[in-house]
Ligand binder design. Structure first.
Ligand code: HPA
Length: 252
């Protein structure tokens, strides 16, 4: 089957170390980003670039394995191109995943956090250039949050809920920046997701987001941060979220 004949209901964006979710899917077709005109490709280790079309528990989905980031020198329009492409394929719901540092002492590394809301601290927007003054009071669907929370609970999975702060990067934060983010109400901090969520909401998609809390944010732990730690913790925690998505997506 060609992807042109496949009509996904859900889109998934698989972040650092989470690309393995596509192994759970009944895969129909893979489309490398390179084959799609206008779709930027990531240059970061652990961010393969392809769409995987297939089914999970009988539900047609498309998973974007790999994303590009602002810190790669890309524009807000470029980092959200995959979201527009999936929206044009007809998805109605979007699952965003990412790796993040935790700045909430109650949310230890290795656990997952549902995004209840976000702070867009990137200083940009995928909607620049237009007058899109739309409502942002419920970016992350209350209905989907309740669904995934109760599915996690019934499976004995710890799923926190909190506020994700999206920053430019690529350097990690200073301890002073983390203290500032805590005062602003952030529970987790990362370098992706917020622009994708804005773009998805502008298309009217229902959005749900999950942060894999891979490390204590700067200053909350004696050890310095390392990308390898982020990747390793992400890889270990990936199966837990994959189990949840596999069970809970078909049940929505
Ligand atoms: N800060 C920003 N981005 C991140 C972190 C962090 O501590 N961990 C994983 N992505």
């Amino acid at each position: 089957m060609s992807w042109q004949n496949f009509h996904p209901q859900w889109g998934l964006v698989l972040g650092s170390g989470l690309g393995g979710f596509s192994e759970r899917m009944e895969v129909e077709v893979r489309v490398p980003y390179a084959e799609i005109p206008g779709l930027p490709q990531s240059r970061v280790a652990g961010h393969a670039g392809e769409f995987v079309f297939g089914k999970i528990g009988g539900v047609p989905i498309v998973a974007a394995r790999g994303r590009v980031h602002l810190y790669e020198g890309r524009s807000a329009a470029e980092v959200t191109a995959h979201v527009r492409w999936m929206a044009e394929r007809g998805i109605r719901r979007l699952v965003l995943t990412n790796a993040a540092g935790t700045c909430n002492a109650q949310f230890p590394p290795g656990s997952w956090m549902l995004l209840g809301d976000h702070l867009n601290l990137t200083g940009t927007s995928p909607l620049l250039g237009g007058a899109h003054f739309f409502d942002m009071s419920e970016v992350y669907s209350k209905h989907l949050r309740a669904h995934f929370s109760s599915a996690a609970k019934s499976r004995g999975m710890t799923l926190h809920e909190g506020v994700y702060a999206g920053l430019l990067g690529p350097q990690y934060e200073t301890p002073a920046e983390i203290r500032m983010l805590q005062k602003l109400g952030a529970d987790a901090v990362g370098m992706s997701t917020v622009l994708e969520a804005i773009q998805a909401r502008a298309f009217g998609l229902e959005v749900v987001g999950f942060s894999c809390l891979t490390n204590w944010a700067a200053g909350l732990n004696a050890a310095p941060l390392a990308h390898s730690e982020v990747m390793e913790t992400g890889a270990r925690a990936a199966a837990v979220l994959a189990d949840l998505l596999e069970r809970a997506i078909p049940a929505v």
